[in-house]
Design a protein around this ligand. Structure first.
Ligand SMILES: C[S@@+](CC[C@H](N)C(=O)[O-])C[C@H]1O[C@@H](n2cnc3c(N)ncnc32)[C@H](O)[C@@H]1O
Length: 278
C-alpha cells in the first residue's frame, strides 16, 4: 500500500480512537454494563463461537472483538492504530476479558500474529481502507485453519455512488483502484467532533471484486446476503430502529442495499480453477 495513503489514514484513525472511546455511538460504559456491540443479525449469521479461536482484523477500539470474547471465543484483535489498540486493551482490562490486541497493518497480519484461527471476523467500514483486495483475501486465507471460516459484514459498495448524506448520484461504482480523497472533519460517530487529521483515502470494492478475491484465494462461499439496513446514519432519510440498533429507510421510501454479509470457508487445498483477476 502506498505510504502516503497509509500514513494519512493512520493519522486520521489515531486521532479518532480517543474521540470514539468517549462517544455515545461506541458507548463503552454500556458495553461494560453488558451490552453487546454486535447486532442480532451478526450473531445469527456467524453462528456458534464458543471455544473457537477468532481474529478480528481492523478491530478499532475492540468492542466487537470483546463482544465475541464474551460469547466464549478465544479472541485476537488487530489494528494499525496504536491509540485504538490501547483503548481496546484498556476496555478488556476493565471488562475482565481475556483478549490479545496487536498493532499491525492488516497486510502484515500473518507475520505479526504467527498463528492460525478457526474464524476471521472483519468489516463494517474495514475494506474501504484497503487498496489491494486480492492481497487482503490471501491474508484471510493464510490466517485460517483448513476448514476455518471468514465472516465479513460490510457497508454495501453501492452506497458509495451517492453524495455524503443524500441520495444524489455523484460517484462511479466501477472505479477500481482510484482512491476517494476526503477531507471532511468530524466522524460518523460524532459529526461535530473537532478533528485535525481529516485527509483520508478510501476505495470502493465492488461486490464482484470481493467475491473474486476470496474465491481466487482458495475460500469457498457459503452464504451471501444483502441488507436494507445499516449501522449508522449514512443518509439523512434513514431512521433509527432501537429494536436492533439499525438504521432503515421509512416504509414509503425505496429500499436500497445498505450492507452485505458473507461467510466463506477455507478449502483444504488451493482451488484448481479460479476466477481471472479483474
Ligand atoms: C471503522 S473501523 C472498523 C472496525 C469496526 N467495524 C468498528 O466500527 O469499530 C476501521 C478500522 O480499520 C483500521 N485500519 C485501516 N486501515 C488499516 C490497515 N491497513 N491495517 C490495519 N488496520 C487498518 C483503522 O485503524 C480503524 O480502526
Amino acid at each position: 500500500m502506498d505510504d502516503h495513503h497509509r500514513n494519512a489514514n493512520r493519522s486520521a484513525w489515531d486521532e479518532l480512537a480517543p474521540i470514539h472511546a468517549k462517544s455515545e455511538f461506541y458507548d463503552i460504559e454500556g458495553f461494560l454494563d453488558g451490552t453487546s456491540a454486535l447486532r442480532g443479525f451478526e450473531l445469527a449469521e456467524m453462528g456458534e463461537v464458543a471455544g473457537r479461536s477468532l481474529v478480528h482484523l481492523q478491530c478499532h477500539i475492540g468492542l466487537d472483538t470483546l463482544s465475541w470474547a464474551r460469547r466464549g471465543a478465544d479472541v485476537v484483535g488487530l489494528d494499525f492504530s496504536r491509540p485504538a489498540i490501547e483503548v481496546a486493551r484498556h476496555v478488556a482490562r476493565r471488562a475482565g476479558l481475556d483478549a490479545r490486541f496487536e498493532v499491525a497493518d492488516v497486510y502484515d497480519a500473518v507475520r505479526a500474529l504467527d498463528r492460525r484461527f478457526d474464524l476471521v471476523y472483519t468489516g463494517i467500514g474495514a475494506l474501504c481502507w484497503l487498496d489491494d483486495l486480492p492481497g487482503w483475501a490471501k491474508v484471510v486465507h493464510d490466517l485460517l485453519e483448513p476448514g476455518g471460516r471468514l465472516y465479513l459484514v460490510e457497508i454495501h459498495p453501492f452506497t458509495d455512488v451517492f453524495a455524503k448524506d443524500e441520495l444524489r448520484v455523484e460517484h462511479h461504482y466501477f472505479d477500481r483502484g482510484v482512491p476517494f480523497r476526503d477531507e471532511t472533519p468530524g466522524t460518523y460517530a460524532d459529526r461535530n467532533a473537532i478533528t485535525r487529521h481529516n485527509l483520508t483515502y478510501e476505495w470502493t470494492h465492488t461486490i464482484d471484486s470481493v467475491l473474486s478475491s476470496l474465491l481466487n484465494a482458495g475460500l469457498k462461499l457459503e452464504s451471501f446476503a444483502e441488507h436494507d439496513f445499516t449501522v449508522f446514519k449514512q443518509f439523512s432519510d434513514l431512521e433509527f430502529d432501537p429494536t436492533d440498533r439499525t438504521f432503515r429507510f421509512p416504509p414509503d421510501h425505496a429500499r436500497l442495499p445498505l450492507m452485505y454479509s458473507l461467510r466463506a470457508e477455507k478449502l483444504d487445498a488451493a482451488p484448481t480453477v479460479g476466477i481471472a483477476d479483474q
